[in-house]
Design a protein around this ligand. Sequence first.
Ligand SMILES: [Fe+2]
Length: 384
Amino acid sequence: MKNFGFDLPTEIEFGIGVYKDLPKELEDGKRVLIVSDPGLKKVGLLDKIKNVVIDNGYEVDVYTEITPNPDEKMVSDLTSYINENGSEQIVVLGGGSSIDAAKVASCMAVNDGSLEDYQWNNRSFENCSLPLFVFPTTAGTGSEVTGVAVITSRNTKKGVVDKYIFPDKAIVDPELMKSLPPYLTAITGMDALTHAIEAYLGLGANVFTDSLAERAIKLIADYLPRAYANGGDEEARYNMAVASTLAGIAMDQAGLGIVHSLASPVCANLHLSHGLANSFLLPYGMEFNIIARKAKMSNIAELMGVKVADLSKEETAYLAVRKVEELQRELELKDKIVEETNVKPDLDKYAENAANMFLINNNPRKASIDDCRNIFKNIFYSEK
Ligand SMILES: [Fe+2]
């Protein structure tokens, strides 16, 4: 019965083949910059988008220098490129890294000051970003529908949260996700699951975001294994694209929690992909939160297909955690996780970094530095 607002300025176009409608959205005659990464150039997706734009008479530049976990230098290079080439509207094709870098650069190109001024809400953009059209190529990030972009500065992931960070349009086309390899399908899908679960359990949750998160959790449990097993499974790709968009909206409106907070030092120090870090941290975060959200955790178990008849809420809450671990095994992420966590990090440093993330304030159970330290100890210093 709580009061809440819901603000989604990004328009969404969804469906198989909708990428071909891009020229209808572009602003007449304005020079286009397509931002992407080298991998998408290699598999031919970049040309698909580029040709649609060129065929409609636009002048097009292409920038493919984006790599995972974008940092301030990458954003600064992209901003300079935009200004030097006179780019007037930006098209992004890629996963969270390309989308986040382009979201920030398209604002920085028309605002003064340094990136640091805008990170963690120190300052708001005065001018609206360049027109920004986003084509996600993974069913994971949700960044195409959020007002936040995450950029690494000095080994810390820092968010830029601003009304002008929302893209103008999200064009979500499952056809663009078909070439995503199984491993990337798995870790990006687990990231989307983490968004849905953290939004659902967090303090910012409301009845609108719960509806989105619940549907996303169910779709991911049903379709992620299928998309992993066969990338060409159109129904699975379609439903994973629906799920990641729903989860993205839910997380933007309701916030995240301890899992993404713990992921920050892990990604920044181990140079690990965001999706893999969230994937292995999710069960730990869920278990930590059971005491604060037994009923919702029990719902998660049910949404993921656990038979809950005759069991208490507490028992089914724990089964939700086991179900996520089962999904990790099904997606063959377990060995990868053991391999990546076979390091002995500085627990104090990691714990302090995680506990200082603003996201952690939205976690349903208050999480101290000691709590974060204990979780990291459990992950990195226990027998595997
Ligand atoms: Fe995420």
